[in-house]
Design a binder for this molecule. Structure first.
Ligand code: ADP
Ligand code: MG
Length: 472
Protein backbone atom coordinates (compact mmCIF):
# COMPACT_ATOMS: atom_id res chain seq x y z
CA UNK A 1 0.00 0.00 0.00
CA UNK A 2 1.51 3.25 -1.04
CA UNK A 3 0.98 5.85 1.63
CA UNK A 4 0.28 8.57 -0.85
CA UNK A 5 -2.70 6.74 -2.22
CA UNK A 6 -4.34 6.92 1.19
CA UNK A 7 -3.83 10.63 1.64
CA UNK A 8 -4.84 11.43 -1.91
CA UNK A 9 -8.00 9.44 -1.41
CA UNK A 10 -8.65 11.20 1.86
CA UNK A 11 -8.47 14.51 0.06
CA UNK A 12 -10.76 13.17 -2.61
CA UNK A 13 -13.24 12.14 0.04
CA UNK A 14 -13.30 15.58 1.52
CA UNK A 15 -14.21 17.06 -1.81
CA UNK A 16 -16.75 14.34 -2.57
CA UNK A 17 -18.42 14.75 0.79
CA UNK A 18 -19.19 18.33 -0.15
CA UNK A 19 -20.64 17.31 -3.48
CA UNK A 20 -22.91 14.40 -2.62
CA UNK A 21 -25.37 14.07 0.23
CA UNK A 22 -24.32 12.63 3.57
CA UNK A 23 -26.35 9.48 3.06
CA UNK A 24 -24.90 8.84 -0.38
CA UNK A 25 -21.47 9.53 0.94
CA UNK A 26 -21.86 6.93 3.66
CA UNK A 27 -23.36 4.38 1.32
CA UNK A 28 -21.18 4.75 -1.72
CA UNK A 29 -17.91 6.29 -0.65
CA UNK A 30 -17.11 5.17 2.85
CA UNK A 31 -16.82 1.49 1.87
CA UNK A 32 -14.20 2.29 -0.76
CA UNK A 33 -10.60 1.45 0.05
CA UNK A 34 -7.65 3.10 -1.65
CA UNK A 35 -5.21 0.48 -2.92
CA UNK A 36 -2.39 2.25 -4.63
CA UNK A 37 -1.20 5.32 -6.43
CA UNK A 38 1.22 4.62 -9.21
CA UNK A 39 2.06 7.01 -12.03
CA UNK A 40 -0.98 9.20 -11.56
CA UNK A 41 -3.21 6.18 -11.42
CA UNK A 42 -5.20 5.89 -8.23
CA UNK A 43 -6.66 2.45 -7.65
CA UNK A 44 -9.60 2.07 -5.35
CA UNK A 45 -11.29 -1.09 -4.25
CA UNK A 46 -15.07 -1.38 -4.35
CA UNK A 47 -17.07 -4.21 -2.82
CA UNK A 48 -18.92 -5.46 -5.88
CA UNK A 49 -19.62 -5.13 -9.55
CA UNK A 50 -22.94 -3.54 -8.75
CA UNK A 51 -21.20 -0.99 -6.59
CA UNK A 52 -18.83 -0.15 -9.38
CA UNK A 53 -21.66 0.20 -11.87
CA UNK A 54 -23.60 2.38 -9.53
CA UNK A 55 -20.64 4.68 -8.99
CA UNK A 56 -20.01 4.85 -12.67
CA UNK A 57 -23.60 5.60 -13.41
CA UNK A 58 -24.21 8.18 -10.73
CA UNK A 59 -20.93 9.69 -9.67
CA UNK A 60 -18.72 9.58 -12.68
CA UNK A 61 -18.61 13.36 -12.95
CA UNK A 62 -17.71 13.93 -9.34
CA UNK A 63 -15.01 11.30 -9.58
CA UNK A 64 -13.55 12.76 -12.74
CA UNK A 65 -13.56 16.17 -11.23
CA UNK A 66 -11.88 15.11 -8.03
CA UNK A 67 -9.22 13.07 -9.81
CA UNK A 68 -8.52 16.02 -12.00
CA UNK A 69 -8.23 18.27 -8.96
CA UNK A 70 -5.94 15.91 -7.10
CA UNK A 71 -3.82 14.37 -9.82
CA UNK A 72 -4.03 16.81 -12.68
CA UNK A 73 -4.93 16.11 -16.29
CA UNK A 74 -2.90 12.91 -16.34
CA UNK A 75 -4.68 11.50 -13.35
CA UNK A 76 -6.75 8.38 -13.69
CA UNK A 77 -8.88 6.25 -11.52
CA UNK A 78 -8.91 2.49 -11.53
CA UNK A 79 -11.39 0.32 -9.81
CA UNK A 80 -10.57 -2.96 -8.27
CA UNK A 81 -13.81 -4.84 -7.99
CA UNK A 82 -14.12 -7.66 -5.55
CA UNK A 83 -15.87 -10.45 -7.39
CA UNK A 84 -18.28 -12.32 -5.17
CA UNK A 85 -16.98 -15.64 -4.06
CA UNK A 86 -18.78 -18.33 -5.96
CA UNK A 87 -18.72 -16.39 -9.18
CA UNK A 88 -16.32 -16.87 -12.02
CA UNK A 89 -13.17 -15.73 -10.33
CA UNK A 90 -12.52 -15.08 -6.74
CA UNK A 91 -9.82 -12.54 -7.36
CA UNK A 92 -10.22 -8.85 -7.64
CA UNK A 93 -10.18 -7.61 -11.15
CA UNK A 94 -9.49 -4.15 -12.31
CA UNK A 95 -11.27 -1.95 -14.72
CA UNK A 96 -10.46 1.66 -15.19
CA UNK A 97 -12.68 4.61 -15.42
CA UNK A 98 -12.26 6.34 -18.76
CA UNK A 99 -10.04 9.31 -18.07
CA UNK A 100 -11.54 12.71 -17.65
CA UNK A 101 -10.92 13.96 -21.14
CA UNK A 102 -12.97 11.26 -22.68
CA UNK A 103 -16.60 11.13 -23.26
CA UNK A 104 -17.68 7.75 -21.98
CA UNK A 105 -19.97 7.15 -24.90
CA UNK A 106 -17.75 8.55 -27.54
CA UNK A 107 -16.14 5.74 -29.45
CA UNK A 108 -13.24 7.76 -30.66
CA UNK A 109 -12.52 9.02 -27.21
CA UNK A 110 -12.67 5.58 -25.74
CA UNK A 111 -10.23 4.17 -28.25
CA UNK A 112 -7.52 4.58 -25.68
CA UNK A 113 -7.61 1.17 -24.00
CA UNK A 114 -9.11 1.73 -20.61
CA UNK A 115 -9.02 -1.79 -19.32
CA UNK A 116 -5.82 -2.73 -17.60
CA UNK A 117 -6.74 -6.20 -16.54
CA UNK A 118 -10.08 -7.04 -18.00
CA UNK A 119 -12.37 -9.45 -16.31
CA UNK A 120 -12.48 -12.52 -18.43
CA UNK A 121 -15.99 -12.55 -19.68
CA UNK A 122 -16.83 -15.28 -22.16
CA UNK A 123 -16.57 -13.55 -25.49
CA UNK A 124 -19.73 -12.89 -27.40
CA UNK A 125 -18.50 -15.14 -30.18
CA UNK A 126 -18.01 -17.97 -27.74
CA UNK A 127 -21.41 -17.25 -26.38
CA UNK A 128 -23.08 -17.54 -29.74
CA UNK A 129 -22.51 -21.25 -29.57
CA UNK A 130 -24.78 -21.37 -26.59
CA UNK A 131 -28.30 -20.15 -26.44
CA UNK A 132 -28.36 -20.11 -22.64
CA UNK A 133 -31.28 -22.47 -22.80
CA UNK A 134 -32.07 -24.84 -19.98
CA UNK A 135 -33.56 -27.97 -21.52
CA UNK A 136 -35.52 -28.70 -18.34
CA UNK A 137 -37.94 -25.94 -19.14
CA UNK A 138 -40.34 -27.09 -21.80
CA UNK A 139 -43.98 -26.85 -22.70
CA UNK A 140 -44.70 -30.39 -21.61
CA UNK A 141 -43.86 -29.65 -18.02
CA UNK A 142 -45.44 -26.22 -18.06
CA UNK A 143 -48.82 -26.97 -16.60
CA UNK A 144 -51.68 -25.13 -18.17
CA UNK A 145 -54.40 -23.43 -16.15
CA UNK A 146 -56.61 -20.37 -16.27
CA UNK A 147 -53.70 -18.54 -14.75
CA UNK A 148 -51.51 -18.84 -17.82
CA UNK A 149 -53.70 -19.96 -20.72
CA UNK A 150 -53.25 -16.93 -22.93
CA UNK A 151 -49.54 -16.54 -22.28
CA UNK A 152 -48.91 -20.24 -22.76
CA UNK A 153 -50.82 -20.57 -26.00
CA UNK A 154 -49.35 -17.38 -27.42
CA UNK A 155 -45.95 -18.72 -26.42
CA UNK A 156 -46.65 -21.96 -28.20
CA UNK A 157 -47.83 -20.16 -31.33
CA UNK A 158 -44.69 -18.06 -31.35
CA UNK A 159 -42.52 -21.11 -30.77
CA UNK A 160 -44.08 -22.86 -33.74
CA UNK A 161 -43.79 -19.90 -36.07
CA UNK A 162 -41.18 -17.52 -34.72
CA UNK A 163 -41.36 -14.07 -36.27
CA UNK A 164 -44.45 -14.91 -38.27
CA UNK A 165 -47.37 -14.45 -35.90
CA UNK A 166 -48.65 -11.05 -34.86
CA UNK A 167 -47.35 -11.79 -31.37
CA UNK A 168 -44.16 -9.93 -31.99
CA UNK A 169 -42.94 -8.92 -29.56
CA UNK A 170 -44.55 -11.27 -27.11
CA UNK A 171 -44.45 -9.67 -23.71
CA UNK A 172 -45.13 -11.90 -20.74
CA UNK A 173 -45.57 -10.38 -17.35
CA UNK A 174 -46.29 -11.75 -13.92
CA UNK A 175 -45.11 -11.62 -10.34
CA UNK A 176 -42.05 -13.35 -9.04
CA UNK A 177 -42.01 -17.14 -9.21
CA UNK A 178 -45.03 -17.41 -11.49
CA UNK A 179 -43.25 -19.05 -14.40
CA UNK A 180 -42.00 -16.28 -16.68
CA UNK A 181 -38.53 -17.69 -17.12
CA UNK A 182 -39.90 -21.18 -17.57
CA UNK A 183 -42.24 -20.09 -20.34
CA UNK A 184 -39.69 -17.92 -22.12
CA UNK A 185 -37.19 -20.76 -22.01
CA UNK A 186 -39.78 -23.24 -23.21
CA UNK A 187 -40.32 -21.07 -26.28
CA UNK A 188 -36.59 -20.98 -26.92
CA UNK A 189 -36.20 -24.71 -26.53
CA UNK A 190 -39.03 -25.43 -28.89
CA UNK A 191 -37.76 -23.07 -31.59
CA UNK A 192 -34.27 -24.36 -31.25
CA UNK A 193 -35.30 -28.03 -31.41
CA UNK A 194 -37.60 -27.58 -34.37
CA UNK A 195 -35.36 -25.35 -36.35
CA UNK A 196 -31.65 -25.87 -36.05
CA UNK A 197 -30.84 -22.86 -38.21
CA UNK A 198 -32.69 -20.45 -36.04
CA UNK A 199 -30.26 -18.66 -33.77
CA UNK A 200 -32.08 -18.52 -30.46
CA UNK A 201 -30.66 -16.48 -27.65
CA UNK A 202 -31.93 -16.28 -24.11
CA UNK A 203 -30.49 -13.45 -22.08
CA UNK A 204 -31.53 -11.77 -18.87
CA UNK A 205 -31.78 -8.02 -19.06
CA UNK A 206 -29.20 -7.85 -16.35
CA UNK A 207 -26.74 -9.79 -18.42
CA UNK A 208 -27.51 -7.75 -21.49
CA UNK A 209 -26.74 -4.65 -19.46
CA UNK A 210 -23.46 -6.05 -18.20
CA UNK A 211 -22.40 -7.11 -21.67
CA UNK A 212 -23.23 -3.69 -22.94
CA UNK A 213 -21.29 -1.88 -20.21
CA UNK A 214 -18.37 -4.20 -20.82
CA UNK A 215 -18.55 -3.48 -24.52
CA UNK A 216 -18.30 0.20 -23.78
CA UNK A 217 -15.32 -0.34 -21.54
CA UNK A 218 -13.65 -2.61 -24.06
CA UNK A 219 -14.43 -0.38 -26.95
CA UNK A 220 -16.27 -3.23 -28.62
CA UNK A 221 -19.71 -1.78 -29.13
CA UNK A 222 -19.59 -2.74 -32.76
CA UNK A 223 -19.12 -6.42 -32.12
CA UNK A 224 -21.72 -6.29 -29.38
CA UNK A 225 -24.25 -4.84 -31.81
CA UNK A 226 -23.28 -7.17 -34.63
CA UNK A 227 -23.70 -10.12 -32.36
CA UNK A 228 -27.22 -9.18 -31.33
CA UNK A 229 -28.25 -8.34 -34.86
CA UNK A 230 -27.62 -11.93 -35.87
CA UNK A 231 -30.12 -13.34 -33.44
CA UNK A 232 -33.27 -14.86 -34.94
CA UNK A 233 -35.20 -15.40 -31.76
CA UNK A 234 -34.31 -13.08 -28.92
CA UNK A 235 -35.66 -14.00 -25.50
CA UNK A 236 -35.03 -11.28 -23.02
CA UNK A 237 -35.99 -11.89 -19.42
CA UNK A 238 -36.96 -9.37 -16.73
CA UNK A 239 -36.90 -6.17 -18.76
CA UNK A 240 -37.93 -4.19 -15.69
CA UNK A 241 -34.23 -4.29 -14.96
CA UNK A 242 -33.67 -1.76 -17.75
CA UNK A 243 -35.45 0.88 -15.70
CA UNK A 244 -33.35 4.00 -15.37
CA UNK A 245 -30.56 2.65 -17.57
CA UNK A 246 -30.83 5.11 -20.41
CA UNK A 247 -27.89 4.04 -22.50
CA UNK A 248 -28.77 0.38 -22.28
CA UNK A 249 -32.32 1.20 -23.30
CA UNK A 250 -31.07 3.11 -26.29
CA UNK A 251 -29.00 0.18 -27.38
CA UNK A 252 -31.83 -2.24 -26.83
CA UNK A 253 -34.19 0.02 -28.76
CA UNK A 254 -31.84 -0.04 -31.69
CA UNK A 255 -31.47 -3.81 -31.62
CA UNK A 256 -35.18 -4.28 -31.13
CA UNK A 257 -36.05 -2.18 -34.17
CA UNK A 258 -33.57 -3.89 -36.38
CA UNK A 259 -34.67 -7.39 -35.40
CA UNK A 260 -38.32 -6.54 -35.63
CA UNK A 261 -38.00 -4.97 -39.05
CA UNK A 262 -36.27 -8.07 -40.25
CA UNK A 263 -39.00 -10.36 -39.07
CA UNK A 264 -37.08 -11.85 -36.16
CA UNK A 265 -38.97 -12.90 -33.07
CA UNK A 266 -38.67 -11.07 -29.78
CA UNK A 267 -40.02 -12.42 -26.52
CA UNK A 268 -39.75 -10.44 -23.33
CA UNK A 269 -40.72 -10.90 -19.74
CA UNK A 270 -41.34 -8.39 -17.03
CA UNK A 271 -42.49 -8.52 -13.45
CA UNK A 272 -45.20 -5.95 -14.15
CA UNK A 273 -47.32 -4.78 -17.07
CA UNK A 274 -45.72 -2.28 -19.46
CA UNK A 275 -47.88 0.55 -18.16
CA UNK A 276 -46.31 0.15 -14.73
CA UNK A 277 -42.74 0.00 -15.97
CA UNK A 278 -41.37 3.20 -14.54
CA UNK A 279 -38.01 4.47 -15.71
CA UNK A 280 -38.38 3.14 -19.25
CA UNK A 281 -38.41 5.47 -22.20
CA UNK A 282 -41.82 5.91 -23.78
CA UNK A 283 -40.63 4.97 -27.22
CA UNK A 284 -39.37 1.66 -25.87
CA UNK A 285 -42.56 1.06 -23.93
CA UNK A 286 -44.63 1.71 -27.00
CA UNK A 287 -42.62 -0.95 -28.84
CA UNK A 288 -43.33 -3.40 -26.05
CA UNK A 289 -47.02 -3.00 -26.72
CA UNK A 290 -46.80 -3.66 -30.45
CA UNK A 291 -47.38 -7.36 -30.27
CA UNK A 292 -49.18 -9.19 -27.52
CA UNK A 293 -48.96 -8.64 -23.80
CA UNK A 294 -50.08 -11.60 -21.73
CA UNK A 295 -50.01 -12.06 -17.99
CA UNK A 296 -49.34 -14.92 -15.63
CA UNK A 297 -51.34 -15.25 -12.45
CA UNK A 298 -50.98 -17.48 -9.45
CA UNK A 299 -52.31 -20.91 -10.44
CA UNK A 300 -55.58 -21.85 -8.81
CA UNK A 301 -55.97 -24.83 -6.51
CA UNK A 302 -56.46 -27.48 -9.22
CA UNK A 303 -53.55 -26.20 -11.27
CA UNK A 304 -51.37 -26.24 -8.17
CA UNK A 305 -52.34 -29.86 -7.59
CA UNK A 306 -51.41 -30.65 -11.18
CA UNK A 307 -48.07 -28.87 -10.83
CA UNK A 308 -47.21 -30.82 -7.68
CA UNK A 309 -48.22 -34.13 -9.22
CA UNK A 310 -46.23 -33.44 -12.32
CA UNK A 311 -43.15 -32.56 -10.27
CA UNK A 312 -43.46 -35.67 -8.17
CA UNK A 313 -43.87 -37.78 -11.23
CA UNK A 314 -40.79 -36.39 -12.90
CA UNK A 315 -38.75 -36.76 -9.72
CA UNK A 316 -40.05 -40.29 -9.22
CA UNK A 317 -41.38 -39.54 -5.76
CA UNK A 318 -44.67 -40.62 -4.33
CA UNK A 319 -46.75 -38.30 -2.23
CA UNK A 320 -50.15 -39.32 -0.92
CA UNK A 321 -53.14 -37.47 -2.31
CA UNK A 322 -54.07 -35.83 0.96
CA UNK A 323 -50.60 -34.30 1.18
CA UNK A 324 -50.73 -33.02 -2.39
CA UNK A 325 -54.07 -31.48 -1.60
CA UNK A 326 -52.86 -29.97 1.62
CA UNK A 327 -49.84 -28.38 -0.06
CA UNK A 328 -51.86 -27.05 -2.98
CA UNK A 329 -54.31 -25.60 -0.52
CA UNK A 330 -51.74 -24.03 1.76
CA UNK A 331 -49.11 -22.57 -0.52
CA UNK A 332 -50.77 -19.97 -2.64
CA UNK A 333 -48.10 -17.34 -2.99
CA UNK A 334 -46.19 -18.50 -6.05
CA UNK A 335 -45.01 -21.60 -7.83
CA UNK A 336 -41.42 -21.23 -6.80
CA UNK A 337 -42.42 -21.23 -3.18
CA UNK A 338 -44.60 -24.24 -3.77
CA UNK A 339 -41.62 -26.05 -5.23
CA UNK A 340 -39.51 -24.90 -2.31
CA UNK A 341 -41.92 -26.43 0.17
CA UNK A 342 -41.94 -29.66 -1.78
CA UNK A 343 -38.18 -29.82 -1.75
CA UNK A 344 -38.05 -29.22 2.01
CA UNK A 345 -40.66 -31.85 2.52
CA UNK A 346 -38.70 -34.40 0.53
CA UNK A 347 -35.52 -33.41 2.34
CA UNK A 348 -37.15 -33.83 5.73
CA UNK A 349 -38.52 -37.20 4.81
CA UNK A 350 -35.16 -38.36 3.47
CA UNK A 351 -33.15 -37.09 6.42
CA UNK A 352 -35.52 -38.50 9.00
CA UNK A 353 -36.04 -41.67 7.00
CA UNK A 354 -39.78 -41.31 7.30
CA UNK A 355 -42.61 -41.45 4.83
CA UNK A 356 -44.13 -38.31 3.49
CA UNK A 357 -47.43 -37.92 5.24
CA UNK A 358 -49.80 -35.20 6.26
CA UNK A 359 -48.23 -34.81 9.66
CA UNK A 360 -44.78 -34.23 8.22
CA UNK A 361 -46.18 -31.86 5.61
CA UNK A 362 -47.85 -29.75 8.29
CA UNK A 363 -44.71 -29.72 10.34
CA UNK A 364 -42.55 -28.71 7.41
CA UNK A 365 -44.87 -26.00 6.29
CA UNK A 366 -45.17 -24.64 9.76
CA UNK A 367 -41.43 -24.29 10.00
CA UNK A 368 -41.21 -22.53 6.71
CA UNK A 369 -44.19 -20.28 6.77
CA UNK A 370 -44.63 -19.56 10.43
CA UNK A 371 -41.20 -18.98 11.70
CA UNK A 372 -41.41 -15.23 11.58
CA UNK A 373 -44.66 -14.42 13.25
CA UNK A 374 -47.07 -16.87 14.71
CA UNK A 375 -50.09 -14.72 15.24
CA UNK A 376 -52.33 -12.84 12.90
CA UNK A 377 -51.87 -9.17 13.68
CA UNK A 378 -52.53 -5.90 11.91
CA UNK A 379 -49.01 -5.89 10.45
CA UNK A 380 -49.37 -9.37 9.08
CA UNK A 381 -52.73 -8.55 7.53
CA UNK A 382 -51.45 -5.39 5.94
CA UNK A 383 -48.44 -7.17 4.58
CA UNK A 384 -50.44 -10.10 3.25
CA UNK A 385 -53.16 -7.96 1.69
CA UNK A 386 -50.53 -5.64 0.23
CA UNK A 387 -48.69 -8.52 -1.37
CA UNK A 388 -51.88 -10.07 -2.59
CA UNK A 389 -53.07 -6.94 -4.35
CA UNK A 390 -49.53 -5.78 -5.13
CA UNK A 391 -49.90 -2.58 -3.19
CA UNK A 392 -47.43 -1.24 -0.70
CA UNK A 393 -48.25 -1.16 2.99
CA UNK A 394 -47.61 2.58 2.91
CA UNK A 395 -50.32 2.99 0.31
CA UNK A 396 -52.70 0.99 2.45
CA UNK A 397 -52.15 3.42 5.28
CA UNK A 398 -52.04 6.47 3.10
CA UNK A 399 -54.79 8.80 1.94
CA UNK A 400 -54.72 7.64 -1.68
CA UNK A 401 -58.18 7.29 -3.11
CA UNK A 402 -57.27 5.23 -6.16
CA UNK A 403 -59.90 2.56 -6.54
CA UNK A 404 -57.65 -0.52 -6.26
CA UNK A 405 -55.98 0.90 -3.20
CA UNK A 406 -59.25 1.82 -1.54
CA UNK A 407 -60.56 -1.70 -2.07
CA UNK A 408 -57.38 -3.33 -0.77
CA UNK A 409 -57.48 -1.04 2.23
CA UNK A 410 -61.07 -1.96 2.96
CA UNK A 411 -60.23 -5.64 2.64
CA UNK A 412 -57.37 -5.25 5.09
CA UNK A 413 -59.61 -3.47 7.56
CA UNK A 414 -62.26 -6.13 7.16
CA UNK A 415 -59.71 -8.87 7.90
CA UNK A 416 -58.43 -6.98 10.93
CA UNK A 417 -61.97 -6.90 12.25
CA UNK A 418 -62.35 -10.64 11.62
CA UNK A 419 -59.01 -11.92 12.81
CA UNK A 420 -57.70 -9.59 15.48
CA UNK A 421 -59.00 -8.32 18.78
CA UNK A 422 -58.44 -4.71 17.86
CA UNK A 423 -61.32 -2.31 18.38
CA UNK A 424 -62.71 -0.42 15.39
CA UNK A 425 -60.99 2.65 16.70
CA UNK A 426 -57.65 0.88 16.95
CA UNK A 427 -57.99 -0.55 13.46
CA UNK A 428 -58.66 2.93 12.10
CA UNK A 429 -55.62 4.15 13.96
CA UNK A 430 -53.42 1.55 12.23
CA UNK A 431 -54.62 2.71 8.83
CA UNK A 432 -53.24 6.20 8.90
CA UNK A 433 -55.40 7.48 11.74
CA UNK A 434 -58.83 6.98 10.23
CA UNK A 435 -61.84 7.00 12.48
CA UNK A 436 -64.02 4.08 13.47
CA UNK A 437 -66.83 4.92 11.06
CA UNK A 438 -64.43 4.43 8.15
CA UNK A 439 -63.75 0.94 9.43
CA UNK A 440 -67.44 0.16 9.77
CA UNK A 441 -67.97 1.39 6.24
CA UNK A 442 -65.08 -0.79 4.99
CA UNK A 443 -66.49 -3.92 6.60
CA UNK A 444 -69.88 -3.18 5.13
CA UNK A 445 -68.48 -2.57 1.64
CA UNK A 446 -66.52 -5.80 1.66
CA UNK A 447 -69.58 -7.75 2.73
CA UNK A 448 -71.61 -6.14 -0.03
CA UNK A 449 -69.02 -6.75 -2.71
CA UNK A 450 -68.69 -10.38 -1.73
CA UNK A 451 -72.39 -10.78 -2.40
CA UNK A 452 -72.45 -9.57 -5.94
CA UNK A 453 -68.90 -10.21 -7.11
CA UNK A 454 -67.94 -13.85 -6.99
CA UNK A 455 -64.37 -13.24 -8.09
CA UNK A 456 -63.93 -10.82 -5.24
CA UNK A 457 -65.52 -13.28 -2.83
CA UNK A 458 -63.04 -15.86 -3.99
CA UNK A 459 -60.17 -13.49 -3.32
CA UNK A 460 -61.42 -12.88 0.19
CA UNK A 461 -61.65 -16.64 0.69
CA UNK A 462 -58.04 -17.00 -0.37
CA UNK A 463 -56.94 -14.30 2.01
CA UNK A 464 -58.92 -15.86 4.82
CA UNK A 465 -57.20 -19.13 4.14
CA UNK A 466 -53.90 -17.39 4.67
CA UNK A 467 -55.16 -16.02 7.96
CA UNK A 468 -56.29 -19.45 9.11
CA UNK A 469 -53.02 -21.03 8.08
CA UNK A 470 -51.24 -18.44 10.11
CA UNK A 471 -53.24 -18.94 13.24
CA UNK A 472 -52.97 -22.75 13.45
P1 ADP B 1 -40.34 -16.31 -12.70
O1 ADP B 1 -39.35 -16.26 -13.80
O2 ADP B 1 -41.68 -15.78 -13.09
O3 ADP B 1 -39.88 -15.73 -11.42
P2 ADP B 1 -39.91 -19.17 -12.92
O4 ADP B 1 -40.15 -19.34 -14.36
O5 ADP B 1 -38.51 -19.18 -12.47
O6 ADP B 1 -40.63 -17.85 -12.38
O7 ADP B 1 -40.76 -20.27 -12.15
C1 ADP B 1 -40.49 -20.66 -10.81
C2 ADP B 1 -40.61 -22.16 -10.72
O8 ADP B 1 -41.94 -22.54 -10.87
C3 ADP B 1 -39.83 -22.86 -11.81
O9 ADP B 1 -39.17 -23.98 -11.27
C4 ADP B 1 -40.89 -23.28 -12.79
O10 ADP B 1 -40.53 -24.48 -13.46
C5 ADP B 1 -42.08 -23.48 -11.92
N1 ADP B 1 -43.35 -23.21 -12.59
C6 ADP B 1 -43.93 -22.00 -12.75
N2 ADP B 1 -45.08 -22.10 -13.42
C7 ADP B 1 -45.24 -23.39 -13.71
C8 ADP B 1 -46.26 -24.14 -14.39
N3 ADP B 1 -47.34 -23.56 -14.92
N4 ADP B 1 -46.08 -25.47 -14.49
C9 ADP B 1 -45.00 -26.07 -13.95
N5 ADP B 1 -44.03 -25.43 -13.30
C10 ADP B 1 -44.13 -24.11 -13.18
MG1 MG C 1 -37.44 -15.38 -13.84
Amino acid sequence: MVKDGVSVWEDCLQFIRGQVGEQSFKTWFEPIKPISLVDHVLTIQVPSQFFYEYLEEHYVHVLRQVIFNELGPEGRLEYSVIVDSGSVRNQPYVVTLPNQNQNKWDKKGASDPTISNPFEMPSLEAESRYSNLNPNYDFDNYIEGDCNRLARSAGLAVAQKPGVTSFNPLMIYGGVGLGKTHLVQAIGNRVSNDNKNNFVLYVSSEKFTTQFTDAIKNNSIQSFTNFYLQVDTLLIDDVQFFAGKEKTQEMFFHIFNHLHQNGRQIVMSSDRPPRDLKGLQDRLLSRFKWGLTADLQMPDFETRMAIISRKMQSDGIFIPDDVVEYLAYSVDTNVRELEGVLISLIAHATLNKTDINLELAKQTLKNIVHDIESEVGVDYIQKTVGEYFQISVEDLKDKTRKKEIVIARQVAMYLCKEYTNHSLKSIGYHFGGRDHSTVIHAVQSVNDMMEYDSKFAHQIEELKKKMRMKSV
